[in-house]
Write a protein that binds this ligand. Structure first.
Ligand SMILES: [Zn+2]
Length: 511
C-alpha cells in the first residue's frame, strides 16, 4: 500500500498535508535503502509530530515497537495526545516519565522522558525518535541511543544545529528537509512576522561579553542586558507597536525576566514571569491567563523556547542576545502559527534579526554545522533596518513594507563571494586597494619616488588612490593615549595642547 493511501486511511480526521506525505515517502525510501539515522527538518508549525505519528502508525501495523524520546513534560503529553488522536489505541501507548500513571510496560509505543529513561530498563524498540534532536549529542541522549544499535534513529527538529553552532553529523547520517518556511508561508501554514529592532543606542553593549561554547557567557550577558534603561525601552516599544497583543518575552536570566514583568506591571500592563522552578500547575495557570487575555505578557528564561504551542500569542520580545541561530529561530518560531489573521510581531531588542537573518528566511541546512565546511551553513538573506520605523527588512527592499518610507541610498548590487553576500562596491574597493599596494611594492623594489605610484595609479584607473579603511575601523583611542602621541610628535607643549584641542574639541587631559 502506498504511503498516501495508508495516510488517508489511518489519519482519521487529521488529514496529512501534501508536503507531509512527500516527506514520509522520502524518509521511508531512505530507510529502505539502508540509511539508519535521519534528521527530519521542518519549520515550527509544519507539523512534525503528525509526520512522526504517521511513521509510528505504520511501524506498529507491521508489529514493530517504537520509542519516542523527549525532554519536556509538554512535549511528552502533546505527543501522547497526538498518537491517540490519530488512531493509535490508548492501550498501545505507554508513558515513561517519573510516576506518570500512563505507564504501560507492554505497549508497542513508549513515549519517554530522557531523564526518566536514563535510570530505567530500556523498552524494546525498532525505531527510536528523538524530539528536538538538536540536543541529541547531549550525553543523556547518547547513553540511551547506545542501547539501540540496530534500530532506525529518526530525529525531529526545526533547527538542526547545536548551541555551539556545530552540526549533528556525529549522531545522524542524513537530513531530510521537509518544507521551507517560504513554502509553508505560501500555503498559509505559517505567517511571516513583522520584525522591528531598535536604534543601536538601545541595544545592549556586548563588546566586553565573552563567548563560551558558542554563545555569550551568561553572567556577563546578564550584566550587560539587565539594565533599567534597556528594559524601559522594551516597554515603550511594545506599547507603541504591539499594545494589546498576547506576548512572550525571552530574557537572559531569571532576574532579568522578573524585571521585565515588573516594569510591564508598573506601566499598567498585566504581566507575569515563569522559569524552570515554576510548578507545573502554576505554569499552566499562567499560560491559561495568557490565553484568556487577562495576562498579556509572559516573560521567561529558557522555558518557552521550544515545544510550547500557543498560536494566539502573536508577539515575541527578544531580549536575549545570542550567538546561536538555533536558539533565535526557536524563540522567534513560537509566534509564527496563523491565528485569526492576526499579524505576528517580533520586537528584537537583542540584535538577533540583523545577526541571524529574518526567521522566515529559507536556510541551507547541513549536518556539518558551520565549522567543518569553513563557512556558515546558514545562507540567510542579508537585511537592513528601516531608518524611520526600525523594521528589519530584506536588503533589496526599495520602500519599507511596514511604514512605506523610501530608503534613501541607491541599492548596491550584491555579489556572491564564497557563500557570503557582499556589496559589489566593496569588492571593487578591495580590488583597488590591492592594486594600490602592488604599485607601492614595485616603487619600493625599484627605488621610485612616492609620486610615481600616485601618477601611475591615476593613469591606470582614472581616479585617486583608495583611502585606507583600517583607519576608520580602528577602535577609539583613549584621550590620554592620543595626547601622549601628539606630544611625542610636537616639539612644543603649547603646540601639542592646541592640536589636541582642535582635534577633540576639548582641553587635553592632565598628564
Ligand atoms: Zn519603516
Amino acid at each position: 500500500m502506498s504511503v498516501s493511501s495508508t495516510a488517508e486511511a489511518r489519519a482519521g480526521f487529521v488529514r496529512l498535508r501534501p508536503y507531509q506525505i512527500q516527506a514520509l515517502e522520502r524518509v521511508q525510501a531512505r530507510i529502505a535503502e539502508g540509511v539508519r539515522r535521519i534528521v527530519i527538518v521542518l519549520a515550527t508549525g509544519g507539523g512534525k509530530t503528525t509526520i512522526a505519528v504517521q511513521i509510528i502508525l505504520e511501524a506498529i501495523s507491521r508489529g514493530q515497537c517504537v520509542l519516542f524520546l523527549a525532554h519536556r513534560r509538554e512535549l511528552i503529553s502533546q505527543t501522547y495526545r497526538r498518537l491517540v488522536q490519530m488512531g493509535v489505541p490508548e492501550g498501545e501507548v505507554g508513558v515513561l516519565m517519573g510516576s506518570d500513571p500512563r505507564r504501560r510496560p507492554g505497549a508497542k509505543v513508549q513515549v519517554a522522558s530522557v531523564d526518566t529513561l536514563r535510570n530505567r530498563a530500556k523498552p524494546r524498540a525498532d525505531i527510536v525518535f528523538v524530539d528536538e534532536c538538536h540536543r541529541a549529542l547531549a550525553r543523556s541522549y547518547q547513553e540511551i541511543s547506545a542501547h539501540y544499535p540496530d534500530a532506525v534513529h529518526l530525529g525531529l527538529t526545526a533547527t538542526p544545529y547545536r548551541a555551539d553552532g556545530r552540526g549533528l553529523g556525529d549522531a545522524y547520517q542524513e537530513l531530510v528537509v521537509v518544507a521551507s518556511p517560504s513554502e509553508l508561508i505560501a500555503e498559509g501554514f505559517l505567517v511571516a512576522p513583522s520584525v522591528f529592532t531598535v536604534p543601536r543606542e538601545h541595544l545592549p553593549d556586548l563588546s566586553s561579553v565573552h563567548i563560551r561554547a558558542g554563545d555569550y557567557e551568561s553572567k556577563q550577558l546578564e550584566d550587560a542586558v539587565n539594565r533599567k534603561a534597556l528594559i524601559g525601552n522594551i516597554i515603550e516599544h511594545w506599547v507603541q507597536l504591539a499594545n494589546g497583543k498576547r506576548t512572550v518575552a525571552f530574557a537572559v536570566s531569571v532576574e532579568h525576566s522578573k524585571h521585565i514583568a515588573e516594569r510591564f506591571r508598573e506601566a499598567g500592563v498585566a504581566a507575569e514571569h515563569l522559569d524552570g522552578t515554576t510548578p507545573g500547575d502554576e505554569r499552566d495557570a499562567i499560560l491559561g491567563r495568557l490565553e484568556a487575555g487577562t495576562t498579556l505578557v509572559v516573560a521567561n528564561c529558557n522555558v518557552l523556547c521550544e515545544g510550547w504551542d500557543q498560536p494566539s500569542v502573536k508577539c515575541a520580545i527578544l531580549a536575549r542576545p545570542t550567538k546561536s541561530t538555533g536558539l533565535y529561530l526557536q524563540q522567534a518560531g513560537r509566534i509564527l502559527r496563523p491565528w485569526n489573521d492576526q499579524r505576528a510581531i517580533i520586537l528584537d531588542h537583542a540584535g538577533c534579526a540583523v545577526e541571524h537573518g529574518l526567521p522566515q528566511d529559507d536556510r541551507d541546512f547541513s549536518l556539518d554545522g558551520r565549522k567543518k565546511s569553513g563557512r556558515r551553513a546558514v545562507a540567510e538573506a542579508p537585511t537592513k533596518v528601516c531608518p524611520s520605523c526600525c523594521a528589519v527588512v530584506p536588503v533589496a527592499c526599495r520602500t519599507c513594507p511596514e511604514c512605506s518610507a523610501e530608503f534613501p541610498a541607491p541599492e548596491r548590487v550584491p555579489e556572491e563571494r564564497s557563500g557570503v553576500l557582499v556589496s559589489a562596491e566593496e569588492v571593487r574597493e578591495q580590488h583597488l586597494r590591492d592594486e594600490w599596494e602592488k604599485l607601492n611594492r614595485i616603487a619600493i623594489e625599484r627605488g621610485y619616488k612616492p609620486g610615481w605610484v600616485f601618477h601611475r595609479f591615476k593613469e591606470k584607473f582614472g581616479r585617486l588612490p583608495p583611502k585606507r579603511t583600517t583607519v576608520t575601523s580602528a577602535p577609539a583611542e583613549p584621550r590620554s593615549a592620543a595626547f601622549a602621541r601628539i606630544q611625542a610628535q610636537e616639539s612644543s607643549a603649547a603646540w601639542a595642547a592646541l592640536r589636541f584641542r582642535v582635534q577633540f574639541g576639548e582641553p587635553p587631559p592632565p598628564t
